[in-house]
Design a protein. Structure first.
Length: 318
């Protein structure tokens, strides 16, 4: 028996979540007293996973899998799980994985627990702690099936070094055509992505127009952060849809989330509530976001943000 972890990558490079799920998988394998096996697809340097406890790494190299396809990836993971007699499969909780994981669970006839935030509190019965009610609460979920699929919430378990002398093994998986074809994939390059960012700087309609986004991008650059926006902003076409965060956009679980000119609709708060520290800048002291914020600044963004940028640059220079 074993624990199988799927370590996701983009253009051959691992995301931070890959190191987190491997760390998580190592812990579960230790609890169960079994081996840890990690599966990668088209990764350029799978050996870096040894640092986080990957004893064996199955590497799949196939040009047909260069673009994410939930059904095709699920078939590969299922084949690897069956090959390794995996009783637990660990996957991250990214947008892609929300499509992928249920397909894996169905194929393996496994129970699936998404948004898991901690290692199992018990292995008999197998019990995991999960986010619930749009990150407002937690639930302790028992998975009673023989096989289990766990989706680890980003930035919850953490990345833990546990170096081992691992080994690489080529895995020739059968690619099952899904019938779905991607005509075009556009990727943002040269900037920090929301998925990998420790800091996110987000703005809303309080910026008054797309022409004012320069200071948001400058603040993000100073902090090494990703830029994001509220739903109305993306709907108006001020910013790309890929920057829309919230319950109906991309979920954010950053260490620091700065919201500028965003009132804090419940859908937005639900999508960013997992962030550890939330800072709000808004002219309206009654804005709902202040109730959810760790720190708040009541003021005009056009005055506050330039001063914040100036202070941060001075601090970094010192």
């Amino acid at each position: 028996m074993s624990v199988l972890v799927f370590a996701d990558s983009t253009e051959g490079k691992f995301k931070k979540t890959a190191f987190e799920v491997v760390s998580y998988g190592k812990k579960v394998a230790e609890q169960l007293g079994v081996n840890l096996v990690v599966l990668t697809i088209n990764a350029t340097d799978a050996s870096e996973l040894y640092t986080y406890g990957a004893e064996r790494v199955l590497t799949v190299s196939n040009e047909g899998l260069s673009t994410f396809n939930a059904k095709e990836y699920a078939a590969v993971i299922t084949q690897a799980a069956n090959k390794e007699n995996a009783t637990v499969v660990v996957i991250d909780s990214s947008i892609n994985s929300l499509y992928l994981s249920p397909l894996v669970a169905v194929s393996l006839e496994a129970g699936y627990a998404s948004n898991t935030v901690a290692a199992p509190s018990s292995t008999n019965p197998f019990t995991v702690k999960r986010k619930a009610f749009s990150n407002k609460a937690f639930s302790n979920t028992v998975i009673s099936t023989e096989k289990k699929v766990i989706g680890v919430a980003k930035n919850s378990f953490g990345i833990h070094e546990n170096s081992v002398a691992g080994s690489l093994e080529s895995f020739d998986a059968e690619v099952v055509a899904s019938g779905v074809k991607s005509e075009k994939v556009e990727r943002v390059t040269g900037t920090v992505t929301i998925a990998d960012a420790d800091i996110v700087v987000s703005a809303g309609r309080g910026l008054k127009g797309p022409e004012n986004w320069g200071m948001i991008e400058e603040l993000a650059a100073v902090l090494g952060a990703a830029t994001a926006c509220s739903k109305p902003v993306s709907d108006l076409g001020w910013r790309p849809h890929g920057e829309h965060v919230g319950q109906t956009g991309k979920p954010v679980a950053s260490n620091l989330y700065i919201a500028i000119g965003i009132s804090g609709a419940i859908q937005h708060l639900a999508g960013i509530n997992a962030s550890k520290v939330k800072v709000v800048i808004n002219t309206d002291p009654e804005a709902p976001f202040f109730k959810a914020a760790d720190y708040g600044v009541v003021g005009d963004a056009f005055e506050v943000v330039p001063k914040l940028i100036e202070k941060l640059k001075a601090f970094k220079a010192a």
